[in-house]
Design a protein around this ligand. Structure first.
Ligand code: C2E
Ligand code: CA
Ligand code: CA
Ligand code: CA
Length: 277
């Protein structure tokens, strides 16, 4: 038994060391990638379900590595969060997205609102000042920016959340609750928080046609949002059948692979020109 214990300890230790080493290497690479401008947003269209027109886009970060591969958020966002590098990375994405939205606004694709994800580390007292400064620097109309914040981020410090949302709203910046339904949503806070949009999480949309609970949740959220005068966006729409369900239940806006994946700048631009005419 002793020998077995010892060997299992050795295995345990080894994998721990390996994991820590990998994380440290990843942290170093993220720092280097930030210096070299390797993190850039791709853009996924947000579509008006009735007209099929693109009304905006979500900025989703990608890591364009020196070896030519493209890294997805699932691979590096957790490490960026743990190390706090997400603050720097998030600011980079915010600046890029605002500058790009401004360029599109001026170059024949006017009025598209860009949505940017804000991590819990960024949702701090100084967020409003940062956002105001970025808007000033980029020249983007505040009405054309939406910040996506998850429920759990909003619920961690209610006083601060109320104050931040007020500061942003006073300047006309939109805010959305991201991944709605996956955290501790409360109807009370939905009424109290100064927000514009609910984004229905992809996990509810996925089984909308087979799972009666998911179908009921989605149709209830749509109705509720309308009663509260909130915009609502269904995420992760992949099929014509899902789209049809959402249309029949009055969902105004959708996002998903059915229309387009997150696209690099030139491809997004081509997509919008083709779609919006
Ligand atoms: P999210 O904010 O919920 O973003 C939606 C994710 O769903 C994106 O994954 C998008 O590519 C994916 N998606 C969109 N439509 C479909 C669909 O029809 N089917 C499927 N299967 N997936 C779809 P992505 O780009 O890999 O990003 C994953 C997560 O990483 C995001 O989830 C967000 O939490 C985080 N993230 C991405 N960019 C940023 C960023 O700039 N800052 C921060 N803080 N987080 C980010
Ligand atoms: Ca999001
Ligand atoms: Ca989401
Ligand atoms: Ca998410």
């Amino acid at each position: 038994a002793k020998a077995r214990e010892r060997s299992s300890w050795r295995r345990f230790d080894f994998s721990m060391v390996e994991q820590v080493t990998r994380r440290l290497a990843m942290e170093k690479n993220i720092r280097k990638g930030l210096e070299n401008g390797e993190f850039v947003p791709y853009y996924q269209p947000r579509v008006d379900i009735r007209t099929g027109r693109v009304v905006g886009m979500e900025a989703l970060v990608r890591w364009l590595k020196p070896d030519g591969t493209v890294g997805n958020p699932a691979d590096f966002i957790p490490v960026a969060e743990d190390t706090g590098l997400i603050v720097q990375l998030g600011e980079r994405v915010l600046r890029d997205a605002c500058e790009q939205a401004r360029r599109w606004h001026l170059s024949g694709l006017p009025g598209l609102r860009v949505a940017v994800n804000i991590s819990a580390h960024q949702f701090r007292a100084n967020l409003a000042e940062l956002v105001f400064a970025v808007l000033e620097d980029s020249g983007l109309d505040p009405e054309l920016l939406e910040l996506e914040i998850t429920e759990s981020t909003m619920m961690s410090d209610l006083g601060q959340t109320v104050s931040l949302l007020e500061q942003l709203a006073r300047r006309g910046i939109h805010t959305a609750i991201d991944d709605f339904g996956t955290g501790h949503s409360s109807l009370y806070y939905l009424k109290t928080f100064h927000i514009n949009t609910l984004k229905i999480d992809r996990s509810f949309v996925r089984d909308i046609l087979n799972d009666e609970n998911d179908a009921n949740i989605v149709s209830t959220v749509i109705t509720m949002a309308q009663n509260l005068s909130l915009q609502v966006v269904a995420e992760g729409v992949e099929t014509a059948e899902q789209l049809d369900f959402l249309r029949r239940h009055g969902c105004p806006e959708v996002q998903g692979y059915y229309y387009a994946r997150p696209l690099p700048v030139a491809e997004f631009e081509a997509y919008v020109r083709k779609t919006n005419g």
